[in-house]
Design a protein around this ligand. Sequence first.
Ligand SMILES: [Zn+2]
Length: 641
Amino acid sequence: MVLNKSKYLNMKTISIAVVCMLSFFLSPTTKAQSALFMPKNIKKVYQDSSRSYDGKPGENYFQNTTDYTIEAQFDPQSRLLTGSENIVFTNNSPDSLRLVVFNLYGNLYKKGAARRVTIDTGDADEGVVLSKLVFNGETIDLESKAVSIDGPNLTVKLPWAIRSGTAVEFTIDWQFIFPANTNIREGRYYETNYFIAYWFPRIAVYDDINGWNKHVYSGEQEFYNEYGDFDVQVTVPINYLVWASGLLQNPQEVYGKTILKRFEKSKTTDEIIHVVSAADIKKGKLTADNEFNTWHFKAEYINDFAFATSNTYLWDATSVEIGGNRIPVNAVYYEGSKDFHEVAELSRQSLKLLSEKSIGVDYPYPQLTAFNGHYGMEFPMMINDGDGSNRNETIFVTAHEIAHSYFPFLVGTNEQKYAWMDEGLVTFLPKEIETEMSDNSTYNALNNSVLTYSYFAGSKYDLPLMIPSEQLTGRTYMYLSYSKASAAFYTLRDVLAKDVFQQCLIEFIKRWEGKHPTAYDFFFTFNDVSGEELDWFWKPWFFEFGFPDLAVVNVEKMADGAYVIDVEKMGNYPTPVHLVVNFADGSNEFIYESAKVWKDGGNKLQVTIETKKDISSVAIDRKKVPDANRENNIFEMSMKN
Ligand SMILES: [Zn+2]
């Protein structure tokens, strides 16, 4: 993908100047190592200049591509999904590849498959059934020894190697019975409405660190995909509409006349257009009057493709202007949904606010569709969300799933190793805009997220973030990837200040757009762009067992009437210091010190406050300080008597 400079927020000149000066004074020009622990296979790629200690892709970094042309048919009655696909694989690695690994995610539903999720017993069947595999015109015997299947991974020994710098073609014919009752990332809703994901055989990632990625998809860990162009045709029966991870190429051929007119109008206005109403569904005529319609979508350089099809869902459409382009926005939902009537508008607002505020990079895709399925799941240009239990939850899920457009899609982070990179960032980054979109004046999404981490901080589930995500499961996986990582980013932003944090984030996105960064590429980019040595922060929060815990240990009235407050850092994780000073007259005052006060390794902080009033107590502000232990948070002056 061509880097479009205009999609990045121009930070204030002043902050860039400050950052540059800091870089000049504090950062050596080329770093040759890091004090952070690095597993030896990861260290090697930095030493080999595939990646670099300043956080940029190294001169030997490579990125393979996989371009897909897929023709798929889906029968909503039998749930049979059949496909014929052509993959052009370009080997940009320095290696000759004699083996190729394909991911058959549908094998999660194969009888006897190893899973970390529960599936409906009726949905266990044959998984993905292949009927043809052709490599550069040569048919590969699927029964031969050259082909082996390990769960979701199909490994093929090729008749000859794919040389470095060459492209080859695979053709695969396959079929798969889509699950009837199991909702994982995909699902069937209200009988006839489907969100179809993790559905087509794809070539696994071959990267500099692991070679072929042989992660066994268990239903739990999510994306680590290769990039490429998609040209996808989906054939479904009359009156089934289709939305997908791409732009529809043939709207005139597939929509009913009225639907087409409304859809076209929605692309030019901020208003919400009801493209499909309950009355339209009764009438039929949603699509062109053919027994089957073929919906043709194209997308450039994305790392996954999902589609949804429905014959009874309502459809609201609108659009939003971002960076001079109008982005079409769709919400497709069950008529009885509690909250989806508002999701087109919330998606519109989220796209705008994420682009212009939370992230500072324009939404990278040409459309967005929010589909009313279950829970919350992200794909390029498509999100699959259930009903929220209240409006704030709907706002959270909508903003969160849309924010995933940046991580792991625009930037291809590895969720199997570092799920916190995308889940943590997209849990943390939209917090202020979630608060802004809420109609409850006392709601503060950021404060709530701090409290959520504090709740399990220091428990047996509070493990170091750098434990590879595929080694985690259940609540530990969730707590770490979402809540703990969010608290870590909250503290990091406090250390750097908002402007510099965003500058680092934007530069990280620019450097790694369409590529596969490791956690170290993130750490090193933040060190490099901020001009600060942040290992004192990365080490405890990402590599060490432990927890954050501040205590107010003493408050002393001095002879001159001033008070001295002693704060102690009892945990090993640094946090910002937010104190609430309560006076005897019922008033209060807030004191703040950046988490940077702990940079030099000290664990004691003394704050003096000049006041004519009497202090009654001093407390750690729990809403703003990640903190594992509440017991030592309040110092009452009455305790001194
Ligand atoms: Zn997420």
